[in-house]
Design a protein. Structure first.
Length: 470
């Protein structure tokens, strides 16, 4: 069967983008049905390497590497290697002290320990009256408000109006809620419901005592963590700084504006990759367009101070593919040199001599996204000490043709409890993934209709644009 025939049949089985957009529009966003997320996950230990695949397609310059298929790494193994590489980072060198306003999205480098009791004094949990002893009670004229000093003690038979969060006077038996009390014609307070000692009082240290560990090192700083840290007395946090990434966009054929012309095409990866890298926890420190220039690439790599250098294009073996020669020239160690995945086979991961890393993405847009999810995501997640999301599977609504030996990553939309494969999933295409919620991890040989298939969520599908990219 010819490649063109396979392509035609695959398109016939997969959903058109216009239909997918309609599904996305109609699908309820807040409560998307999901199966149990404790589904299948792939790891290096449960993959049996497949035989070498057939001839590789040419790179963007029309040249194929006949030896690449023999050294390519299975897809799950490549992700595991990238994660291990990130865990080798010296955390002490990456620690920073940041204000609470700048800590969101970082991981704690040290345990979060309470600097005070919470609450730090007995407080009222409700608006009402602080009362002492059994009722009825004589009520003081001046009530107790939050934010004021210690009020005068109460004696049995006495009550005082109190606001939520205010300090409870010494001698208080309980707080009587506003809706549970009434006053008689003599101004005495009566309870309309039975009361118990300690009712609606938050005692000092109820949540924690000074010195208690609230969160362990490595916890992700979320908005709730910021609130807890502030309540516990913190102005700054010790965290792992975001891994710094320099992005090098290679290719003489790339335009930064206007319509394609005279053999030139628009650069899609320059706009696509920086926000995606930030969504993975990276601090993108530079975006440089170098063209196909070996010396410029060498200079950019050797002068970069980033923790990770990401390149696009130039990872194959053509006359202007300079990534491999540059890595050889500087004595870098190739950890992954080609991955058994479609699209994106000619991706790579290298460790530089000083311990930093370079991720080489293919030049085709969807192939570059594949490389991003295969190598850059696990590497950056480990460098930032971000937790690995729990894997899950979904059944495919339609069958998906597979590569005989390689994993395929196919854009899908999630409709109810099914994943619907999309059209336009070729290496150079972004139309499918622009409408997608996730990528289906299709094993070698393909997947049948209804087959449970591993999913890779896309950042905007799970947390929203504003959460992920800001």
């Amino acid at each position: 069967m010819t490649a063109g025939r396979i392509r035609d049949e695959q398109d016939a089985d997969e959903l058109d983008v216009e239909e997918a957009l309609a599904l996305v529009k109609d699908r309820p966003q807040p409560d998307r049905p999901r199966p149990d997320r404790a589904g299948h996950t792939c790891g290096a230990g449960d993959h049996v390497p497949a035989p070498a695949s057939g001839p590789e397609p040419p790179d963007r310059h029309g040249h194929a590497d006949p030896h690449a298929r023999h050294k390519a790494t299975p897809w799950p193994d490549a992700r595991a290697i990238a994660a291990r590489a990130g865990r080798r980072r010296d955390p002490r060198a990456a620690n920073v002290s940041v204000s609470l306003a700048d800590a969101l999205g970082l991981s704690l480098a040290a345990p979060l320990t309470a600097l005070t009791d919470l609450p730090s004094f007995d407080t009222s949990a409700m608006d009402g009256w602080a009362v002492a002893g059994p009722g009825p009670w004589d009520v003081r004229e001046t009530g107790v408000l939050a934010g004021h000093g210690e009020p005068a003690p109460l004696v049995d038979g006495e009550a005082v109006g109190i606001a939520t969060g205010a300090r409870v006077p010494a001698g208080t038996t309980a707080v009587l809620r506003s809706e549970h009390g009434r006053t008689d014609d003599k101004g005495r307070l009566h309870a309309t419901r039975e009361m118990v000692t300690g009712q609606d009082i938050r005692p000092r240290g109820q949540e924690c005592r000074s010195g208690d560990q609230l969160l362990s090192a490595g916890a992700l700083v979320t908005p709730a963590v910021l609130g807890l840290a502030a309540a516990a007395g913190y102005d700054t946090l010790t965290a792992l700084r975001r891994p710094r990434v320099d992005l090098l966009v290679l290719g003489d054929e790339l335009l930064t504006e206007g319509l394609p012309h005279d053999g030139l095409i628009r650069d899609a990866l320059g706009p696509l990759l920086p926000p995606w890298l930030r969504a993975l926890g990276a601090d993108v420190t530079a975006v440089r367009r170098l063209g196909d220039d070996a010396e410029a690439l060498h200079t950019a790599v050797t002068t970069s101070e980033a923790d990770v250098i990401v390149t696009t294009g130039g990872t194959a073996a053509g006359p202007v593919d300079h990534v491999h020669p540059t890595l050889s020239r500087i004595g870098a160690e190739l950890l992954v040199d080609g991955v058994k995945v479609r699209p994106g086979h000619p991706m790579l991961l290298a460790r530089l001599q000083d311990g930093r890393h370079l991720v080489g993405l293919p030049g085709n847009p969807l192939a570059a996204v594949s490389g991003l999810l295969t190598l850059a995501e696990p590497l950056l997640r480990a460098l930032a000490a971000h937790p690995v999301p729990e894997g899950y599977t979904l059944p495919l609504r339609d069958a998906v043709h597979g590569h005989p030996y390689d994993t395929r990553l196919v854009p899908v939309v999630l409709r109810g409890d099914q994943a619907v494969p999309l059209h336009y999933n070729g290496p150079a295409m972004l139309r499918g993934i622009a409408a997608a919620d996730a990528l289906a991890v299709v094993p070698p040989g393909g997947a049948q209709q209804g087959q449970e298939t591993e999913m890779l969520d896309l950042p905007w599908a799970t947390a929203g644009i504003g959460v992920c990219f800001t």
